[in-house]
Design a protein around this ligand. Structure first.
Ligand SMILES: [Zn+2]
Length: 264
């Protein structure tokens, strides 16, 4: 075996030579093509990624087993087309009925026939390991529930930015074992965990068959509970007031929209 020749620490002069960065001259001049492209993409990113252009109902094979088995089990699926930025159609698959329900102002959930777990939003199959992926059954859900938790948003993904500031909540619909994420049309000063809410739908013409068709409002006449700490923390409320006011000003500058007086 060859003996390692240089296991001595490097001399000071060698180190200095290696650590000195090379000096470059004659940088190429950079032409900015990206800002122009970004300006063209911005409206697509904002609307195209989320906005639904339309939907169709298609009939197709479903379920497990062989392909021939699934052809014997035809089901209806809701396929949606998003705007120009998305070049493909998107099927809601086995939970299509939930989104069709939203279009008609109805809230649907699913229930496992084995263990009785109620899912809203729906799951096509039970995730209780004891049920071994049992297929669930559709049930109608009531339009009432409670806020499990919530957040006040001053930042959002591009398609939702123009709606800022807004609040999102996880709402446990009455009878459900899971919670659904939804917009809260409630002023954050009145909002608390455990608050009773009612699910409402946008006017029929504005519904598109997605989660944004629905939002929650507070059921009036509820006492502020002892655990509603936000309302008692003056400093936190002040911080939220400043953050949401600044966000509203930003949205007004960027989109010309006044989101400060929506009442929620
Ligand atoms: Zn189950």
């Amino acid at each position: 075996m060859e003996k390692k020749k240089n296991n001595q620490p490097a001399k000071k002069s060698e180190l200095k030579k290696e650590q000195t960065p090379k000096k470059y001259t004659n940088y190429p001049s950079i032409v900015d093509h990206s800002s122009e492209a970004q300006a063209k993409w911005a409206p697509w990113v904002r609307q195209g990624l989320w906005d639904i252009k339309g939907y169709r109902i298609v009939k197709g094979p479903a379920g497990g087993g062989t392909i021939d088995d699934s052809k014997m089990n035809l089901k209806e699926f809701m396929v949606i087309d998003r705007s120009e930025a998305c070049l493909y159609s998107h099927s809601y698959g086995l939970v299509s009925l939930f989104f069709l329900g939203l279009l008609h102002g109805k809230l649907k959930g699913t229930k496992c026939p084995k263990c009785g777990t109620v899912y809203c939003p729906p799951r096509a199959h039970c995730w209780n390991p004891a049920c071994k992926v049992e297929e669930t059954k559709w049930i109608d859900m009531p339009l009432t529930g409670i806020i499990h938790t919530f957040t006040v948003q001053c930042l959002a993904a591009a398609p939702f930015e123009h709606m800022l500031p807004f609040s999102l909540g996880w709402v446990q619909v009455d009878g459900a074992d899971t919670a659904i994420c939804t917009m809260l049309h409630i002023p954050y000063k009145d909002m608390f965990i455990g608050q009773k809410v009612r699910m409402e739908f946008k006017p029929q013409k504005e519904r598109k068959g997605d989660l944004m068709d629905m939002y929650a409002v507070a059921i009036p006449g509820q006492e502020l509970p002892a655990w509603a700490v936000l309302q008692r923390d003056k400093q936190q409320l002040k911080m939220l007031d400043e953050a949401t006011s600044a966000t509203s000003r930003f949205i007004k500058n960027r989109y010309g929209l006044d989101n400060s007086n929506r009442g929620w």
